[in-house]
Design a protein around this ligand. Sequence first.
Ligand code: DCP
Ligand code: MG
Length: 370
Amino acid sequence: MEPYLQRTSPRIILHIDMDSFYASVEMQERPEIRGKPVVIGADPKNGKGRGVVATCSYEARAFGIRSAMPISQAFSLCPHAVFLPPDFSLYSRVSSEIMTCLRGYGFLFQQVSIDEAFLDLSPLGDFAAARIIAGQIKTVIRKNMGLSCSVGVAPTKIVAKIASDYQKPDGLTIVEAGQVPGFLAPLPVRKIPGIGKKSEQELHSVGIKTIGELAAYDVRRLIARFGRGGIALHEIALGIDESEVKERDGMKSVSRETTFEQDTDDLSTVVVVMDALVEDVHRDLSDEKLRFRTITVKIRYEGFVTKTRAKTLMHYTDSKCTLRSSAQDLLQGLWGGSRIRLIGLRVSALEKNDARQTTLDGSGSQYTFS
Ligand code: DCP
Ligand code: MG
């Protein structure tokens, strides 16, 4: 495309996110549980179980159940729900099929998590053509995989992502260039990707409830309050986002993180959660037949301060013991006794440990590519 055309025609970005992904895959595999409240996560042990909900069907959401909620709470909200442990290798396989299908359209493609991806439909030239492709994608995924998804199409990645969430489940939301301000303005700030409960509270405390109010807020005051993040936040609210759909050539890291329901300074709780992250990350590595050398632990304290500490081993390994002891050592090294909000574990410097496997397609929940 000529540079002149690139500058004048709006970009057309599609974001797709599968609906209640793990739960929908299970319902596809087991017809007998279709239409029921289905909760994927830790064993509820009759209400006494520890651990959290990974996701749940929309039927379960009607009872108030949500991702990351303690499983004991989910059980008390709906004891007759179907509770299932996650089957990560199954979800990983289905995700690969979906991503292969999306790649097949031939547009620039970027997978961002196990169940979401961007396509750059700009070469189509107009939103009417993009709407047709978006509809086709939804139909093909339903027909071939029996799964429903929600799609957003907009001139930027962030607006496309907000749009895909707008009419979940089974949504299709098109926001053309001129419609961006009107679309964003009434939405609560929580709809901005990355704005969680804490940031929402901070914005509310200065009287900002909607994205429109954020857009209208004096950027200098936002900077005074949120630092450089204030500029980024303001640009998002104005619909400014130049980030491009980036093709990735391979998996560079595997990571998991958990946000605590309530900030905690109880080291024993944090140690248990870190062990769960070790299990999850190690399971993903085994599924993909990968070894690692670098382990990074992240702690986010209340009030946004985030600290990371990393360790690189002399040799590649796939040992869960090594992963666990390194992760716990790094955690202890970072531990300052303050209340924390989130912990994360990432392994990077990866290599295949199975010479027969020749491709890494990078499907998986929190795989990052760079
Ligand atoms: N997931 C998880 N723990 C979380 C959030 C998500 O294990 N706290 C997993 C389970 C989800 C999958 O990642 O099925 C995709 O995450 P989404 O946020 O897209 O949630 P869903 O696809 O389940 O539901 P939605 O229809 O809201 O997209
Ligand atoms: Mg989803």
